[in-house]
Write a protein that binds this ligand. Structure first.
Ligand code: ADP
Ligand code: MG
Length: 468
């Protein structure tokens, strides 16, 4: 018949059907994306707590035709409380990272995409083993997802005595994929990850004998972990204000401002209330609907808020970044800069850049670019990224560079809110404030290169003079 039928779709079902928007578009990408999601969770679970990361990844064939691949990933992180394990892997949009703080994860999706993809292709559960810090027990689960309910299904569960004081998380998953094709991407991904995390060590063991890559830890220095923050008044919307009001509608609006937002002290709160025309002692729950909208509009317009704080961020730092780049690219020389914090729409961000020159870098017609967002390497979609655009706009002859040249540019953007262009997290959307900072950062390291090249040319001239 011609009756229109309506129905709801669960988040798990949505991502099962549309897995390409989360990066699982084909069997090669699926392997790369799986390893990436697991490694990023492992790095969050270690470096955010200043534990030097040790990450092991073992790949095996799980059937004769070699189209089923088993991926095992283990870390030495803070682990996951036993009772949280089912939701963390079995409920789309369940996360400990919905906070104002720099993380690699943001959506509460990655681990679940891995489970969804595995179960859609091989119908096998994920195996999770985890022990929180100082736990007497290791919790083990086999899990699947009830896709229509968006709920975990516990296939089996047991608790093992933690005899050796292990802490961390280990995961094993069997999925359909093409390891041979994915291998190069995965290796490149790890190499780039090591560039911005030289304090981590990685072992990647493939299915074939002697197929082992070890990336050692090259420094014990680690960046300071981020603190957890409050929203900046310029970043709010009506819905957020409504949620905050509901928590305590009786609190005077003056206190409401000071308690819930980043960088609002008594003086600024008073000034702002004057600006809006509200009494400081009015209970915040008394705001009527149009007053509420006006209040939020004024929050965005008011120009006297302090700048968003950057304590919620964890930049790599000039020294650590230089060590990572030196180790991975083996250049003749490297220059780095960590710019001062800046912000867009109330979200703090910091841009860092490295320029590597000569040595093992192959000369090419354009600078080679390495892009990172919250320490995550972005590998696909370079053509759409603002960094490519900005580096290509620069007139390099100004910096005494003549192509083909052995020149690599590394750009890292960290923020409490990275404006990713998609859920696969591969490119950064256009934000003028970020573009400006990227341009300034690249120019700053380029000027250091110019100085270096000039000096070197002078030295050579001098040597020539004496040689004659
Ligand atoms: P996100 O990383 O965006 O939060 P995920 O689905 O990848 O989303 O992970 C969900 C949650 O599971 C994380 O927020 C974290 O609390 C927990 N988690 C996942 N992997 C690990 C791990 N290796 N160690 C500790 N916690 C983890
Ligand atoms: Mg994640």
């Amino acid at each position: 018949s011609d009756i229109v039928k309506f129905e709801a779709l669960s988040p798990a079902e949505f991502f099962r059907r549309n897995r390409e928007i989360a990066g699982f578009s084909n069997p090669t990408r699926a392997i790369y994306q799986t390893i990436r999601e697991l490694v990023e969770n492992s790095l969050d679970a270690t470096e955010t707590f200043k534990i030097p990361p040790s990450i092991k990844i073992y790949i095996d064939y799980a059937n004769q035709s070699k189209s089923w691949i088993s991926i095992y990933a283990e870390d030495n992180g803070i682990g996951i409380p036993g009772n949280e394990i089912p939701n963390v892997f079995g409920r789309v949009f369940y996360s400990s990272k919905y906070r104002i703080k720099q993380h690699r994860g943001i959506f509460g999706l990655g681990a679940k995409m891995v489970v969804l993809y595995a179960q859609s292709t091989t119908n096998t559960p994920i195996l999770v083993r985890s022990a929180p810090l100082k736990s007497d027990a290791i919790y083990e689960y086999q899990l699947m997802i009830d896709i229509t309910k968006n709920e975990p299904v516990i296939v089996s569960q047991r608790t093992i005595e933690n005899k050796h004081g292990w802490h961390g998380t280990a995961i094993k998953v069997v999925l359909e994929g093409d390891w041979i094709k994915a291998k190069r991407r995965v290796e490149e991904y790890l190499r780039r990850t090591a560039m911005v995390a030289p304090y981590a060590e990685f072992i990647l063991r493939g299915p074939d004998e002697d197929d082992v890559i070890k990336i050692p830890r090259v420094t014990t220095k680690m960046p300071d972990p981020p603190k957890e923050g409050l929203p900046h008044p310029k970043s709010v919307d009506v819905e957020l204000i409504k949620q905050l009001i509901q928590r305590d509608p009786n609190v005077p609006i003056f206190e409401f401002l000071i308690e819930n937002f980043d960088g609002v002290g008594e003086i600024i709160a008073k000034k702002f209330l004057d600006f809006v025309g509200l009494q400081p002692d009015m209970p915040v729950g008394k705001l009527m609907n149009d007053e509420l909208i006006n209040f939020v509009t004024k929050m965005r317009e008011f120009n006297e808020w302090k700048r968003p704080r950057a304590d919620w961020l964890s930049p790599i730092g000039e020294d650590i970044l230089a060590e990572g780049v030196r180790f991975v690219l083996r250049p003749e020389v490297v220059f780095t800069v960590t710019r001062k914090p800046s912000s867009y729409m109330g979200n703090p961000f910091i841009v860092e850049a490295a320029l590597a020159w000569g040595g093992a870098i192959e000369p090419s017609d354009k600078p080679t670019i390495y892009r990172f967002a919250n320490k995550v390497p972005l590998i696909y979609d370079e053509g759409n990224d603002i960094v490519r655009k900005i580096v290509d706009e620069i007139d390099w002859t100004q910096y005494r560079v003549k192509f083909p040249a052995p020149l690599a540019i590394v750009v890292h953007i960290c923020s409490t809110k990275i404006p990713y262009a998609s859920a696969g997290k591969e490119a950064i959307a256009e934000v003028p404030e970020i573009e400006n900072e990227v341009r300034n950062a690249v120019r700053e390291v380029a000027r250091k290169l110019r100085l270096y090249i000039t000096r070197k040319e002078k030295e050579q001239e001098l040597l020539m003079k004496y040689a004659i």
